[in-house]
Design a protein. Structure first.
Lengths: 490, 445
């Protein structure tokens, strides 16, 4: 445009108006009046109701089991996101033309957004407090000791507040982009679904979508709560519970010997053919085991031989059936005056005669214990001589399988049927219920270990920082977006 | 349509791809004829994406045509990307889902455009069914049968008024408002569009000015350009200060009252005004000064009795007065009001305009848009008439006193003046170019 021939325009008046900082209280006041006079207060009872509903689902096992911790982390993150989103989704778009008018009259967008940030923070804090109170009231047992602070409920409160606040700022951004409340509410479900689906918590994601989790508030929220609740330290109970529910399920049926024999041809057996079922032992190894193993120590005191008295020997011959013939042997044949004298008679006489009593009490032989024998073997030349002597060949699974398969008797009875009937409960009883439970819980928990949920200060702090960055990023985006409000189409 | 193509291929025992190509070829040939009839080069029918946009232009649905072109482009891009992906992969399925969503959008926009085409060709609405299902038959029929002719075309109309500019600039004085606007443009879909051109005027202080113009003539665009909120290629000087160069300082010297009552219903009348005072009054105003000013303004606009009422509880007239009071609080030199009387009955509207007259009499400039000017015309000093020229650009058809306007247009009533510059299809006389040229010549001398 050609420059107009204008006289020097008058120097603009240097009149100062309210700056950014002093405009914040004006808009904070408007927010508070909106809270009181309009419908913003409704978000508080809504937060309590949501917390009550969620607590019904998570109260049984939150802080107690791995699944409970993850479920609780997911549910509380959802609560935070839901509360945050609905706090501010309409807050800007519902008054967009008013903002435009006020911007034209000297309102600073940054002051307006800061006022929103302060107000929404207070709202989120109130909702978080209410939610935690309701959760506690509904029976969720929070551990007494905290992880970052001294109280777990405070730790969890900070996380929930950050989740809620980050979601709140995200919605504020959506609200600042949308020109109408309808537009904002149309976008809202997509954002919520994205947050929940790509949270990377409960729902398994395909590998290529996993990076998307890094852009969700829910991802960091779940990680923070799962870390605080001690996800990795808790047992995993789902597998055991499932098995426990199957306790009355019956297992049974009829199988033939042939079917069992055919199992021996399976690949699983084939792969383990070289597995030694029983190893070979040398004389030395056996002696070593017997002399040192704890299980055999008490046997060392066992007496192998005892001293025996003559009286006991005579009693043995007189009473044992095995000596019947001996007892009846005739020592002095019978005469007309006297009957025959048998060995038994002689022994009875010896036993009862007064002069033989001392002899009867006399013992022959000594006491020898097992330990003495083993020591003698170990120390002696005999043991040394046969120390490396192999007592048996190692036995492999393949040898057993071959034996069974080549056994003509078994092969001839392939059609023989076996009927069995049992239940999972019986099997649990057989193997020991507590053993099985412990094994399953330990193994599944170990398989479900997640480094992101490790209970460490660094882990929680990183997630808190990420949530805070979301807050700042969305607040900044809202400000930038609203700075372009003049460009709105009329 | 895809189903029909498949059915055709089954019926004809032909390769579905061959059927699809044949189907599309017939459609494009038909569109060539349709474009030609509508005043668009026929070969655009063979250019992908541009074809959709041009069809939208033919149908008088340019914005829908733009969306359709973009959506069609995205669908094609999606189909190209999927060629390189494994059909079992999640990404393939995801892009497939997006493409399906785009197909739905494409269908809806195509229906909108076809409805527009039916309107342009003056045909019955039921034609939408054959257009949606058998475009390969309907397009050639409409393109080459003499029975189907458009009621209007999109030919680039050239007129004398569109190319004649006054070239004379309004004077700049220490008092009053000078507007020398060369052009106000907007870019839509990489295309520069002139919203306003060649508007020059000087308004003296203390004048109450009526801004007239038909729908879409650019009245609000003009006011936004004048107050510096939406800058144009222009020089606007208020009381010796260039508003564009010193917008930050001057924005408090301009009161703009929008058409709608843009206030928060949760605030009381007093709170609304005190907050407005906090924003608009200089920082050196004490709290007591601000409060006194608010009380004064409430008294002027008759709002004192309702000072503690919530805005949501006010009547229509009270809201209008409050809306004006918000702007008046900073005692601006230039007061712009966009339909302040909308929703008010005759008595209340007159009362409102009388209050504006009183403000003007204090040496302020007041520019008002109203659609019912004749009931209060005696209160105005000057009138600005904006009109769309043949290229749909807002131009100055007149600026002067009320009496001069009556003489210039040969009309007694202001509403008749608006009717005379409105397009014929809008129920007007279609004489906009005539008056634009006439006034430009007057200005040119």
């Amino acid at each position: 445009m050609a420059e107009l021939n204008v006289k020097e325009t008058r120097r603009a008046r240097k009149i100062r108006h309210r700056g950014r900082g002093s405009q914040v209280p004006i808009y904070l006041g408007k927010q508070l009046r909106f809270f009181v006079n309009q419908s913003d207060w409704k978000v508080l009872p809504m937060a309590a109701i949501i917390a009550a509903l969620v607590s019904m689902v998570i109260r049984k096992d939150f802080f107690l089991t791995m699944e409970g911790n993850l479920k609780g982390a997911f549910a509380l993150t959802c609560v935070g996101i839901w509360n945050g989103c609905f706090n501010s989704i309409q807050s800007i778009c519902r008054e967009r033309p008013i903002i435009k008018r006020e911007h034209r009259s000297g309102m600073h967008i940054s002051s307006y957004v800061v006022a929103h940030m302060i107000y929404q923070f207070a709202l989120c804090a109130a909702q978080t407090g209410l939610s935690l109170y309701v959760l506690k009231m509904m029976g969720i047992k929070f551990p007494e000791t905290g992880f970052i602070t001294s109280w777990m409920i405070v730790d969890l409160g900070i996380t929930m507040l950050l989740i809620s606040y980050a979601a709140d700022m995200m919605s504020l951004f959506i609200s600042s982009v949308s020109h109408t409340t309808t537009g904002a509410m149309t976008v809202m479900p997509f954002v919520l679904i994205f947050q929940l689906v790509f949270s990377g918590g409960l729902l398994p994601l395909p590998d290529w979508t996993k990076p998307l989790s890094n852009f969700t508030i829910s991802n960091y929220g779940i990680k923070a709560i799962a870390s605080q609740s001690g996800y990795n330290e808790a047992p995993m109970v789902t597998a055991w519970k499932t098995l426990d529910k199957m306790r009355n399920n019956e297992l049974g049926g009829t199988v033939t010997l042939g079917q069992i024999m055919d199992l021996l041809d399976s690949q699983a057996v084939e792969k383990r053919r070289d597995t030694e079922v029983m190893k070979s032992f040398t004389v030395g190894e056996i002696a070593e085991i017997l002399s040192k193993a704890d299980e055999t120590l008490h046997l060392r005191e066992k007496e192998l031989t005892h001293p025996v008295s003559f009286g006991q020997l005579i009693d043995l011959v007189l009473t044992e059936d095995a000596f019947q013939e001996v007892r009846e042997l005739t020592m002095i044949p019978a005469t007309q005056e006297n009957a025959a004298v048998t060995v038994g008679d002689v022994l009875n006489m010896v036993k009862t005669h007064e002069s033989t009593q001392t002899l009867l009490e006399k013992e022959i032989g000594t006491t020898i214990t097992l330990g003495q024998v083993l020591d003698a073997l170990h120390a002696g030349e005999l043991a040394e001589k046969f120390q490396d002597q192999q007592l048996n060949e190692p036995v492999t699974l393949g040898q057993i399988v071959d034996f069974l398969k080549n056994n003509a008797i078994l092969q001839n009875q392939r059609d023989r049927e076996f009927t069995f009937k049992t239940s999972i409960g019986d099997l649990l009883e057989l193997f020991g219920e507590e053993n099985v439970k412990q094994l399953i819980q330990e193994k599944t928990a170990s398989a479900s270990y997640n480094a992101d949920y490790e209970r460490s200060v660094e882990n929680v702090a990183v997630n808190w920082i990420m949530l805070f960055l979301f807050v700042m990023a969305f607040a900044m985006l809202s400000t930038i977006t609203l700075e372009f409000i003049d460009k709105d189409k009329r | 349509m895809q189903i029909l193509k498949i059915l055709c291929s089954v019926f004809l025992n032909a390769n579905p791809d061959v059927v699809s190509v044949g189907w599309n070829a017939l459609t494009f040939v038909g569109l060539w004829g349709v474009f030609h009839k509508c005043g668009v080069k026929g070969w655009w029918a063979l250019v992908p994406f541009a074809r959709e946009y041009k069809l939208g232009t033919c149908a008088g649905r340019e914005s829908e045509g733009r969306v359709l072109a973009v959506v069609t482009g995205l669908i094609e891009a999606a189909s190209i990307v999927t060629v390189f992906l494994n059909e079992e992969s999640s990404l393939y399925l995801f892009i497939g889902a997006i493409a399906f969503m785009l197909l739905v959008i494409q269908f809806i926009y195509m229906i909108r455009i076809e409805l527009g085409l039916i309107e342009v060709f003056g045909q019955k609405k039921w034609w939408i069914i054959p257009w949606a299902l058998l475009d390969n038959i309907v397009a050639p029929l409409w393109g080459f049968h003499k029975k189907f002719q458009p009621l209007w075309t999109v030919e680039d109309i050239q007129s004398e008024a569109s190319n004649f500019f006054s070239g004379s600039k309004a004077q700049v004085l220490d008092q009053g408002l000078t507007v020398n606007l060369e052009e106000r443009t907007a870019t839509e879909f990489f295309k520069k569009k002139y919203l306003l051109r060649d508007i020059h005027m000087y308004i003296q202080p203390g004048r109450m000015v009526l801004l007239l113009g038909g729908s879409g003539a650019g009245k609000t665009t003009y006011l936004n350009a004048v107050n510096g909120y939406e800058k144009a290629k222009a020089e606007v000087v208020l009381n010796g200060t260039n508003m564009y160069k010193h917008y930050k300082e001057m924005q408090y010297d301009i009161g703009f009252v929008p058409q709608l009552d843009l206030m928060r219903g949760s605030d009381s009348v007093y709170r609304t005004l005190i907050d407005a005072a906090s924003l608009r009054l200089p920082k050196d105003f004490s709290a007591a000064d601000r409060s006194a000013r608010v009380e004064e303004v409430m008294k002027i606009f008759g709002l004192t009795p309702v000072k503690d009422n919530l805005v949501s509880k006010l009547s229509g007239g009270q809201r209008k007065r409050l809306s004006i009071a918000m702007e008046f609080i900073s005692n601006p030199s230039l007061f712009i009001l966009d339909e302040p009387d909308s929703g008010l009955d005759g008595v209340m509207a007159r009362e409102l305009f009388q209050q504006l007259r009183q403000i003007a009499d204090q040496g302020k400039i007041i520019i008002v848009i109203t659609h019912t000017p004749d009931r209060v015309i005696d209160l105005f000093d000057d009138v600005i008439v904006l009109a769309k020229d043949a290229k749909r650009t807002g131009r100055l058809a007149f600026f002067g006193t009320i009496a001069e306007a009556r003489e210039f247009f040969g009309k007694e009533k202001m509403e008749e003046i608006v009717k005379s510059v409105n397009r014929q299809e809008e129920g007007g006389e279609g004489r906009a170019d005539e008056f634009i040229l006439k006034f430009a010549e007057v200005q040119h001398g």
